[in-house]
Design a protein around this ligand. Sequence first.
Ligand code: PXP
Length: 237
Amino acid sequence: MAELGVNIDHVATVREARKTREPDPVWAAALAELGGADGITLHLREDRRHIQDRDLIVMKETVACKLNLELACEDDVLAIACKVKPDQVTLVPERREEITTEGGLDVIGNRSKVEKAIDQLRAAGMIVSLFLDPDEAQLQAAAEINADAVELHTGKYSLTKGGVQHAELEKLIAAGQFVRSAGMTLHAGHGLDYRNAKPVASIEGMCELNIGHSIVGRAIMVGMQQAVREMKQLISD
Ligand code: PXP
């Protein structure tokens, strides 16, 4: 059965809209754990648009389940990872102008940089996963540089429907088989929601799904009534 890593970045996005203390992604992580999360995922972006260094440092102390840090292959954030030592690092591509992570890491084009990052992180005791498109040449390169795990980018699958989506699922299934036969652990994520996650979770050997946007979005919806009721009660007492 696939484990669930809950990405809490969007909670920090709401906090950063006002640069205040609330909502605190550390609280969200604790509540996600109470809800049964097997992991907490956070992305320390170079522009610090949502998660801050403090969030990572506090969560390293408070998160009891697996702590998975998403990072670009850049020296400053790699140094932070090596200092804080989350359980797992997922290396992702990063462009400042993007809204979210677009496309997988180009291991072929950045082979020595990625290999060096893997060695550095592994020497500091972390599991290293690479966020990759379901592309055999990229997966082969990941195996050659000894990645522990591959997180398959499910963005194209998530954005499509019907026959096109089915074809994307077939690509993910074939890529999953390749990842496992190369001896790497299989993860997947990006764009997964309450409608489309199940077929990906059912891919043979799927170990971990990382899901953020849809869970944080659902949390707002299922929590709105209670939040309003509490304020209404408070101002009318
Ligand atoms: N996995 C990776 C590597 C990501 O970069 C993201 C987005 O931060 C996710 C999973 C979660 O994607 P979503 O928020 O669309 O569920």
